[in-house]
Write a protein that binds this ligand. Structure first.
Ligand SMILES: [Zn+2]
Length: 267
């Protein structure tokens, strides 16, 4: 996929990067990425991917901008409160980089529509705020063979992991979260810097994966501790009874607790 003179100028500082180059930039231009959730995580992921020249973005979010969320969603302005985030985020992308084709989808992802909305993308990045949506996204990705980057942040903690088939996100969190919601998120609190860190780490992994720059390990979740100032990776073990990716689907769902408590995330 050829790059115009204006694109070569726009991306000059990353085209000179080792492991990226013109070939990597062309791969980014050819890529189609679905960003599920245009909240705190998405507000970091979307500018990073659009600025870097990922060719096509689909931004999926059913909610509207809210004043109480702006501390972690800097792509929106105060006067945007009450407006649909998917459309606002798409407008942000068009203003940042006219070479990116962007579509805003004002829908919540549920098991019945997940495959239809996500199919046709090269990568799905999930930064939504509840486990039911994240599991619906993950199950659709497993069924469709789509790679999934999952990012979450709450309070001072962040988690980012790439899943490609098995183990999957459901192996990580288990089935108990299917009916969970995030009604208590407003009480837990979150720092906008943590959603930004987690979102930018997800974007970094996405760009490396799409440009084929270095190895991105799958089935590894990076844990960010904002209070301790540390980050460490943990390996996720495949659950043989996982109803999404398991090889023994006749078994009852595993009741084993996850090896690390999965964090809720903020819209
Ligand atoms: Zn699984």
């Amino acid at each position: 996929m050829m790059l115009s003179d204006e694109e070569l100028t726009r991306y000059a500082r990353q085209i000179v990067l080792p492991h990226l180059g013109g070939t990597g930039q062309q791969r980014l231009k050819a890529a189609k990425v679905a960003v599920v959730g245009a909240g705190g995580i998405g507000a970091a992921v979307i500018p990073a991917l659009a600025g870097a020249g990922v060719g096509r973005l689909t931004i999926i979010d059913p909610d509207r901008a809210d004043l109480s969320n702006l501390h972690r969603q800097p792509i929106y302005r105060s006067r945007d409160a009450g407006e649909p985030k998917a459309a606002l985020a798409a407008q942000f992308v068009r203003r940042l980089n006219p070479f990116v084709e962007v579509a805003g989808v004002e829908q919540a992802i549920v098991p019945d529509n997940a495959a239809a909305i996500l199919s046709g993308h090269d990568l799905v990045i999930d930064g939504t705020d509840n486990f039911a949506t994240r599991l619906a996204v993950s199950d659709a990705c497993v069924a469709s063979g789509l790679p999934l980057l999952s990012a979450a942040a709450a309070q001072w903690q962040g988690q980012v992991g790439l899943f490609t088939g098995r183990p999957c996100y459901r192996c990580f969190v288990g089935d108990a979260f299917d009916a969970d919601d995030c009604d208590n998120c407003a009480e837990l609190g979150v720092t906008g810097t943590l959603t930004g860190l987690a979102g930018n780490l997800a974007a970094l992994l996405a760009l490396r994966l799409l440009a084929q720059a270095g190895e991105v390990k799958t089935g590894t979740v990076h844990l960010i501790d904002g209070l301790a100032g540390t980050q460490r990776p943990i390996r996720i073990v495949a659950d043989p009874g996982c109803r999404a990716c398991g090889t023994t689907s006749s078994q009852p769902p595993s009741s084993a607790p996850p090896s690390f408590s999965p964090a809720p995330s903020y819209p």
